[in-house]
Design a protein around this ligand. Structure first.
Ligand code: APR
Length: 229
């Protein structure tokens, strides 16, 4: 009898990349403490002051290129040896992929890519910044391929399907304050093993075991336990 590999679904947020040097949003010193969402992360902001928005994401992109995956990203990639792993992330960095994860869904886009503000076609940036006047083949201004507040997220239906099928759900490094992503925890099966790994949280979702601590320490430990169990 072939030993069925368990389905492991990871729901990640900015905290999983914090130890790679990428700021979170709502922690002390977080991005939204230093920038107003309304100035840099809405379609209206891009309409009113595109250069400010492009500069903000050009800087975030440079930070991502300088960052390296940490032990949490690496352990989640290595877990593919023992589990059928799907990573559903809010993060616009590519650290899960650079760590070796092969099944990653970016619900808020990827800052390493640009998107046409007319056709939604996506383009690899290959280290380049986006400047005012950079256009798609149809002549429309390029924008960062990230989801701004007030815009629909990607892959929500697939994500719900993955969580509903999961034997194990690990939520890591997210405050679960942004919707609809935060609703995904409600789709976990009653018999699934569910874990929340984060430094701080207002409320632990029903049915989840809370493991407080830095992702780069807690995630490798948790995966080692799960592999043995
Ligand atoms: N290890 C684990 N968790 C951490 C670490 C760490 N080293 N450092 C911080 N955290 C936790 C914090 O305790 C917090 O719970 O990560 C979480 C970060 O929360 P937010 O800053 O709210 O980030 P996130 O949940 O990813 O935000 C969701 O909001 O602004 C939008 O689009 C943006 O994708 C983002 C979304």
């Amino acid at each position: 009898m072939v030993n069925q590999r368990k389905k492991l679904v990871v729901l990640s947020g900015a905290g999983v990349s914090a130890e790679s040097g990428l700021g979170t949003f709502r922690d002390n010193g977080g991005l939204w403490n230093n920038h107003s969402v309304y100035d840099v992360a809405t379609p209206e902001a891009f309409h009113n002051n595109p250069e400010l928005v492009l500069d903000f994401y050009n800087q975030r992109r440079r930070d991502v290129y300088k960052a390296q995956p940490n032990p949490a990203h690496l352990a989640l990639a290595e877990a593919e040896r023992d589990f059928d792993v799907t990573v559903i992330t809010q993060n616009v960095d590519d650290l899960h992929e650079r760590a070796g994860s092969t099944d990653v869904y970016h619900v808020h886009g990827l800052v390493t890519q640009a998107r046409s503000s007319l056709t939604d076609e996506v383009f690899e940036l290959e280290g380049k910044d986006i400047h005012l006047g950079d256009t798609c083949p149809k002549g429309a201004q390029l924008r960062p391929h990230v989801v701004w507040f007030g815009e629909f997220i990607y892959h929500m239906d697939e994500a719900i399907g993955f969580v509903e099928q999961a034997d194990i759900v690990i939520v890591v490094g997210t405050s679960l304050k942004v919707f609809p992503f935060a609703n995904l925890v409600d789709y976990a099966r009653a018999d699934a093993q569910c874990f929340l790994v984060t430094q701080d949280i207002d409320a632990v979702p029903y049915g989840f075991q809370y493991k407080q601590g830095p992702a780069s320490t807690v995630i490798p430990q948790l995966l080692a336990e799960l592999t043995l169990s």
